[in-house]
Every structure is written in structure tokens, then in C-alpha cells.
Design a protein around this ligand. Structure first.
Ligand code: PMP
Length: 429
């Protein structure tokens, strides 16, 4: 596979950006070679600067549920652009997108658009604290909620440990109010509530944890979480930046039929442009400025071009049968690859939910907590290379999940499954 143009561009980018990139995982630090510089995308495919074509399962880490450059999304962006890009004043498009979301979503009466997932979660946490008048938050080991200070905490395992930041530049004081516990562990949850419930503003969770492998939770654990939050007057915050509009229109909340108190969205909601949102029932959202005392603002919030992209994308997603079809195609693909891995006795399986999959180097198809992940990423590194050589692009980290889009047709996925099988044979032979 020719990579010389990407290599040259990477050398140049290294002069300008830390690690040559504007977001760390893009740097190919965990896999071989220079990052591929992508020139264009269409449907399920991307092309790099060396003219290599790939079936794309990264899908910009989630936003492209309709694939790249979907005609309706493209057209709505272009049409809106004709009228300008940003006004610092309300537009009709913001309400149009909000209506598409809220009219189908029983958990949210009001939302606020922001420009990224990080911003959505950060603002939602401030709202939880402002609304409850409490300070502490519980998060789960292995869940990622964006790069703002108080949630950049992984911390060790054990019951109700106080957080320790996983980034330099975050004062210890800032993370002292973040309590980190393992996923899917009812005992740890009970212990943390017992100790901290009096000053607990919210519990934040990716209801489908998909940033550290795909750590599917038992529904009984999520129900327990809901129950304990209700009992203690603590808000349950579902971070649906990945799962929102991905596993069902109203996200994991709809998928599991569990109502959160606050929810954050990102990625799919913006059709590939920078958008995030947080929302809740009216009595909670009333705390947000200018109605209430919780301040939050943004020059480009609700940007018209981004709203247009979101409107076009979510209109397609809201069609009957959309998510059933997504899940069915993904399941066929995953089962085909898994049958091959099983037959050959490889320590490998694709773990899946909805149209998300994760390459687990284990023969288990359910892994529920960070501690259960096989920490040896050497086989992933080999698989990543073998897939690129077979024209399949997945995110350059063994902890990232893959995404199947609406235009990853049965035929595209059959081809992809065959390439996965060949790549696995190359890795394990
Ligand atoms: N929350 C979750 C669950 C995410 O997956 C991400 C991004 N991967 C974020 C928050 C942060 O979103 P962004 O990168 O748009 O700031």
C-alpha cells in the first residue's frame, strides 16, 4: 500500500501540531506507520492522499451514520450556506432540529445546542450541580466523557476511590469531587452512594460504554442505577454522545427503556459538523441561563450550517425501520466474522450492539468492565495493518469501536467480512 503522500503530509503536520494532529488518537501512535491523510469520503468509502480506497468503519468516530456525503445532508448544507454561516442571533433551523429530536424523545422537554460532545457534557454537569446544589459526581472506570477537567479521571479500581486525573494540568482539587467506580458492579455503586449520596449531584455513565472497548452493561445494573438515583435525589446523566441516534433514535435510553434525568448528545446530531447538545425535563432545564442561574453560552452554538446537516441526517434516521435495518446488517456481518474466528480457534470476537462493533481479542462476546479487557494490544496492531492492506479502515486504537452506516450495504459488508477473515488469518497464522 502506497503511503508516501501521507508520510510527507505527516512530516509537515508535525511542524505545526503536537504529534502532527488535532486530536490525539488520529496520530497512529498505537499502530504502525504514518497516519493516513484523508482526501475525500463518499458513501461507505474514504480515499487517502495516495489514492488508496478503503471501506470506512471509523465514520469520523461515529457521526456518519448515513456514510460520507449523503446526498440529503450535502444538499441541505450547501443550500443553507447560500444564506451565510453564522449570525449570533436565533434562526428557524435551531427550532426545526430541536423539534425533530424532542417530538420523538420522551426524556427531554428542552435542549441547548453547543459545539461539541465535551461542551455538552461539561454544561450538563454544571446544570446537575446548579440544579441540585450538590458538588460530587460519580463516573465509571473506562467511560470517556470528553476532555474537560473534572471528568478526565480514570482512577484505580476499588470501592469508591477518589479520582486521580489522567491528564497533567488538572489540579487535584478539581477532581476531588469526582468519584470513580467500576462498571457493572452493584456493590461498588451501593458503597459509593452510602458514602457520598448527601453531596452527590449526579451519576454520569455512557449507558453503552464505547470508548474503552464496548463494555455492554447488564440491564439490571442500569436499572439499579436508576433506582438508586431516584431514591437518593441524585440526577442520572446518560452521556449519549455515541449511543444517541445510533442504537435507537432516542439512544440507549430508548434501547433499554430507562429514563435519564439529563442527557448529552453529539456526533450524529450534527451530520458531521461540530454540534453537541444537552437536554432534560423542563423543571431541570429552567435552571439554564437566561431562565436560571446556570451560565452557559456559545458564539457558534446552534450554528445554522450545522443545524441543516443535523436536520437532514436525523430526518433519514427517524424513518420507520431505520434502526432495525442498521442492526440486522451489522449482526450478519459480525456473525459471519465471529463464525470464522470460532471455527479457526482464534482468540478474537467482534462484540456488538446496534450498528456498533468492537474488535475484542478474546473469545468472550460480552466484556462488561475495563478490568476484563485484554491489555495486550499487539494483535490489534497487526490486525489494523492487515485490514489497511485489504482496504478496510478502522480507528487506529484497539480501544475504539467501529461503526456501520446506512450505506454499508449487504454487499459492502459481505466484502468487508471476507477482508476481516483474510486479515485474521494473516494475524493468527
Ligand atoms: N462523550 C462521549 C461518550 C464520547 O464518546 C465523546 C467523544 N468520543 C465525548 C463525550 C466528547 O465529544 P467531543 O469529542 O465531540 O468533544
Amino acid at each position: 500500500m502506497k503511503r508516501s503522500n501521507s508520510e510527507k503530509l505527516y512530516e509537515k503536520a508535525l511542524e505545526y501540531f503536537p504529534g502532527g494532529v488535532n486530536s490525539p488518537v488520529r496520530a497512529f501512535k498505537a499502530v504502525e506507520g504514518a497516519p493516513l491523510f484523508i482526501k475525500k469520503g463518499k458513501g461507505p468509502y474514504i480515499w487517502d492522499e495516495d489514492e488508496n480506497q478503503f471501506i470506512d468503519f471509523c465514520c469520523s468516530f461515529g457521526p456518519h451514520i448515513l456514510g460520507h456525503n449523503y446526498p440529503d445532508v450535502h444538499q441541505n448544507i450547501v443550500d443553507t450556506l447560500e444564506n451565510g454561516t453564522s449570525f449570533g442571533a436565533p434562526t428557524k433551523l435551531e427550532s426545526d432540529l430541536a423539534e425533530i429530536i424532542i417530538s420523538r424523545n420522551p426524556y427531554v422537554d428542552k435542549i441547548r445546542f453547543v459545539s461539541s460532545g465535551t461542551e455538552a457534557v461539561m454544561s450538563g454537569i454544571r446544570l446537575a450541580r446548579g440544579y441540585t446544589g450538590k458538588n460530587k459526581i460519580i463516573k465509571f472506570e473506562g467511560c470517556y466523557h470528553g476532555h474537560f477537567d473534572s471528568l478526565l479521571v480514570n482512577a484505580g479500581s476499588g470501592l469508591a476511590t477518589f479520582g486521580e486525573s489522567s491528564s497533567a494540568g488538572v489540579p487535584q482539587k478539581v477532581v476531588e469531587d469526582t468519584i470513580v467506580i467500576p462498571l457493572n458492579d452493584e456493590e461498588a455503586l451501593e458503597a459509593a452512594f452510602e458514602k457520598h449520596a448527601d453531596d452527590l449531584a449526579c451519576v454520569i455513565i455512557e449507558p453503552i460504554p464505547a470508548n474503552n472497548g464496548l463494555l455492554l452493561q447488564e440491564k439490571s445494573f442500569l436499572l439499579k442505577l436508576r433506582e438508586m438515583c431516584t431514591e437518593h435525589g441524585v440526577l442520572l446523566f446518560f452521556d449519549e454522545v455515541i449511543s444517541g441516534f445510533r442504537v435507537a433514535f432516542s439512544g440507549a435510553a430508548e434501547y433499554y427503556d430507562i429514563a435519564p434525568d439529563i442527557v448529552s448528545y453529539g456526533k450524529i446530531i450534527g451530520g458531521g459538523l461540530p454540534v453537541g447538545a444537552y437536554g432534560a425535563k423542563k423543571h431541570i432545564m429552567q435552571s439554564v441561563s437566561p431562565d436560571g442561574p446556570v451560565y452557559q453560552a456559545g458564539t457558534l452554538s446552534g450554528n445554522p450550517v450545522a443545524m441543516a446537516a443535523g436536520i437532514a441526517q436525523l430526518t433519514v434516521c427517524s424513518q420507520p425501520g431505520f434502526y432495525e435495518d442498521q442492526e440486522a446488517r451489522t449482526k450478519t456481518f459480525v456473525e459471519s466474522v465471529n463464525a470464522h474466528a470460532k471455527e479457526k480457534g482464534y482468540d478474537f470476537s467482534l462484540v456488538t450492539v446496534g450498528s456498533i462493533f468492537w474488535m475484542a481479542f478474546s473469545d468472550q462476546t460480552t466484556i462488561r468492565s475495563a478490568a476484563q479487557i485484554n491489555a495486550d494490544m499487539t494483535p490489534f496492531k497487526k490486525l489494523h495493518k492487515a485490514l489497511l492492506e485489504r482496504s478496510v479502515y478502522v480507528g487506529p486504537s484497539g480501544y475504539e469501536v467501529g461503526f456501520v452506516s446506512h450505506v454499508h450495504t449487504k454487499e459492502v459488508l459481505e466484502n468487508a467480512a471476507q477482508q476481516f477473515k483474510n486479515a485474521l488469518d494473516a494475524v493468527f497464522s
